[in-house]
Design a protein around this ligand. Structure first.
Ligand SMILES: [Fe+2]
Ligand SMILES: [Fe+2]
Length: 264
């Protein structure tokens, strides 16, 4: 039974370092076949670069997804076309560079991966995520044995609705973007693993991965300022999904959280 680990939004150097320290051992211990990570905050907390992505791949990540911070790093819009294991959200305008999905393969099992952006309280120009999933699933028919969908969205209602919309049609619908892990991991009745938010991989003594004080100050006076990445209480957060390739359904969906300094 293929098993995948999805790692929630990697935030800055602390997030990259805990992946470097822990991922290979975790992977062996849990018998993981596929490792996917959201890298939208991996470069200094905002966006991604090819060099930063390489540190994730060197640490054992095999596919990197993105979210609304996809274009935050200058030059990434030209780099992305050359990065074969990275996909940008599938429902961005078709004019945007980059792949809209990835297909991973292990022992003859093909896992397709794509992300859709939500549209509630998210400012990106994007196609309806529900219809985008329909379009992507039609395009992927016959090209993959299972599909992993990431819903990168603010509203839990939008994430839950998409989970139900895709139940039985994909292996998993896993949420990202809010950086706070939710306690609702399940396998929906028709066999789709679901979780509203996989949490972030980075410093939890923070506000969503950033230093606390400037964020509080911004809420108090509304003035713009830099939000450096925080450092304390670093955790790797994600979810493990096990898929029964014969029954064609997910059989397990378990959140995973590893703290820096935890025994392996
Ligand atoms: Fe994020
Ligand atoms: Fe995001």
């Amino acid at each position: 039974m293929p098993k995948l680990l999805f790692i929630g939004d990697v935030v800055g150097r602390p997030g990259r370092e805990i992946i470097g320290d822990r991922l290979l051992r975790l992977r062996n211990k849990l018998g993981i076949d596929f490792v996917i990570a959201n890298g939208e905050n991996a470069a200094a907390g905002a966006g991604l670069t090819g060099a930063v992505a390489k540190t994730l791949f060197d640490a054992g990540v095999e596919a990197v997804t993105l979210g609304d911070h996809v274009w935050d790093q200058k030059g990434f819009e030209t780099e992305i076309a050359h990065l074969e294991q990275i996909c940008r959200p599938a429902n961005l305008p078709t004019a945007c560079p980059g792949r809209d999905h990835l297909i991973m393969e292990k022992n003859g099992f093909r896992l397709a991966v794509f992300t859709v952006l939500g549209r509630q309280y998210l400012g990106m120009k994007s196609e309806c995520p529900f219809l985008a999933c329909d379009r992507m699933l039609s395009a992927l028919a016959g090209r993959a044995d299972a599909v992993f969908v990431e819903i990168h969205a603010e509203a839990t209602s939008e994430k839950q609705a998409l989970g139900w919309y895709l139940d039985g049609r994909v292996a998993a619908v896993i949420g990202t973007h809010t950086h706070v892990p939710t306690a609702d991991a399940c396998v929906l009745p028709k066999g789709t693993a679901f979780l509203c938010d996989a949490g972030m991989t980075g410093p939890y003594a923070s506000v969503l991965g950033r230093l606390i004080e400037p964020v509080i100050a911004r809420f108090l006076d509304g003035m713009p300022r830099r939000f450096p990445v925080a450092e304390g209480d670093v955790r790797l957060s994600g979810v493990v999904v096990e898929y029964d390739a014969v029954a064609k359904r997910a059989v397990r969906c378990e959140p995973l959280m590893v703290r820096k300094g935890d025994p392996s």
